[in-house]
Design a binder for this molecule. Sequence first.
Ligand SMILES: [Zn+2]
Length: 99
Amino acid sequence: MSCSEDIRDLAIQRISRLFSLAHEMLRRGDIALVRRYVYLATRIAQRCRIKLPKRYRVLICKRCYTLLIPGKTCSVRVRGSYIIKRCLLCGNVIRTRIK
Ligand SMILES: [Zn+2]
């Protein structure tokens, strides 16, 4: 294990802080900062070799690092057994299978 438990806890705290800042920036309409904070959060996770918690992972556009908020930055459709999310900023499409 390369990172101690303490460092992992700290990483999770930082990630959660970055995501709340990203939400705040989205409210203010500053997409450049939203992307910056989301990108930093993913970098912290990579460096500490932790998986980004699922509650955050589902919010990210992996192509442009924006927050995916239905009705704001992404559209959500259900087709068959898939949820199809489309990032309205870069057009990236994310399909998730419904169990
Ligand atoms: Zn995108």
